[in-house]
Design a protein. Structure first.
Length: 412
């Protein structure tokens, strides 16, 4: 899917009061004797009362402070804009950084292959785009950086990134594939430049490489060589930077999921953190997919069998807040703002249970304006159009409150 992108104070009062009083008796004169008094029987002696000990002092109750709620993971978004205007881009960055502590920058136009390999200056358009992204990211925010090494179809090597954006690779790059040493060197050079400029907390060199396993197993064979070379090249310069490859999760137990699981381990030695992109409402196979209550129990925890002991992060996720129909894909599911809220609660709770590194929600605002304009009402991009935590009119949805209830927690 990578083509499109936040106490209670307790107090106790203890009071007590006691009072002792003694009644004094008056002495009177004896009466004057007249006739000798008649002897009377002396009173029967009574047993003196047993003195009781004063009550023992008790310690006041211990006042306990409830534990502070925490989260293990960073939370953030991609700065995918809701429109093409400068004000829309600027406000997107504002919302992204008001509601998250990590920003996801995904460079998906390809690689400037020849410039990167030869050490030439990057085209000015690329340099300006990179500078804009960095300038609009606040210094206090962590960065998750990913650069596509695969093309948009996830069945081969990435396109060329030129002056006009994404374009076909030119000779000799059009004949080269993942196992070519020049390809690994060029990609590594470009990645190292971007890592130096962005200073990311995490770097993903293979977004959704799992789809290559499904689309072209022979190309994945070549990719294993590429992964080893790129990992070694980057680690030689940035040994402490966590390097990632990510999986596009499928229905648990499906043939696709099993094929991914059996092959992903081939690159596990060249990964520090396993990323997942997950959109169950779109890419899972259960019925009534628009309602998160119907997701399989292991809809997310299935990744444990793939990642093993490696840390996990959600590199992309989202949920539609409106009904979605895409006739060209024979797709039609019903959803609403309450179901979106339920999914936000589910994904964040699961991320906490799995001690994840971070969670990236794809788009902070619905991009109706962008879809109706520049995207030309494209069927693929429609799948994520209504997944914002703000709607197209910039009204906050209920899911934002759920998101921020987690974001307000202390990150540990």
């Amino acid at each position: 899917m990578d083509n499109f992108f936040q106490w209670l104070t307790l107090f106790f009062a203890l009071s007590g009061n006691g009072e002792l009083s003694n009644d004094a008796t008056e002495n009177t004169l004896p009466p004057v004797a007249t006739t000798p008094p008649v002897a009377t029987t002396p009173p029967v002696a009574t047993t003196p009362s047993v003195a009781t000990a004063p009550p023992e002092a008790t310690a006041p109750p211990v006042v306990t402070t409830p534990p502070v709620e925490t989260r293990s993971f960073a939370m953030g978004f991609t700065p995918w804009p809701y429109d093409t205007t400068e004000s829309a881009t600027t406000y997107t960055y504002t919302l992204v950084q008001d509601n998250g502590d990590i920003v996801a920058h995904h460079l998906m136009s390809g690689v400037p292959w020849e410039e990167a390999y030869s050490g030439m200056q990057l085209p000015s358009s690329i340099d300006e785009e990179i500078s804009s992204k960095i300038d609009q990211t606040h210094s206090g925010k962590a960065i998750y950086l990913s650069i596509d090494s695969l093309n948009g179809s996830r069945d081969g090597l990435a396109s060329n990134w030129g002056d006009n954006g994404e374009e076909p690779r030119q000779s000799p790059w059009d004949k080269r594939s993942f196992n070519n040493p020049e390809v690994a060197e060029a990609y590594s050079n470009f990645a190292l430049q971007m890592i130096e400029r962005f200073n990311p907390a995490y770097f993903n060199y293979a977004p959704e490489v799992s789809d290559l396993i499904l689309n072209d197993p022979l190309k994945f064979d070549e990719f294993v060589t590429f992964a080893e070379r790129v990992y070694q090249n980057i680690k030689s310069v940035y040994p402490d930077l966590p390097l990632m490859a990510s999986i596009a999760l499928k229905s648990p137990g499906s043939s696709d999921a099993l094929l991914i699981e059996s092959n992903f381990s081939r690159i596990s030695d060249f990964i520090d953190v396993v990323g997942v992109s997950v959109y169950p409402y779109a890419f899972y196979e259960h019925t009534d997919k628009g309602d998160p209550a119907n997701m399989p129990l292991n809809w997310l925890s299935q990744v444990l069998s793939i990642a093993g002991s490696k840390p996990i992060a959600i590199t992309e996720t989202g949920w539609i807040a409106e009904d979605l129909t895409v006739p060209s894909f024979s797709y039609s599911e019903q959803s609403n703002v309450d179901k979106q809220s339920d999914y936000v609660s589910s994904v964040l709770t699961s991320a906490q249970d799995l001690s994840m590194e971070f969670v990236i929600w794809f788009t902070v605002v619905d991009y109706d304006a962008l879809w109706n304009g520049m995207l030309g009402q494209d069927d693929i991009s429609k799948i994520w159009k209504d997944t914002g935590l703000y709607d197209e009119n910039l009204n906050a949805r209920p899911a934002l409150e759920v998101w921020n209830s987690y974001y307000s927690r202390e990150k540990i």
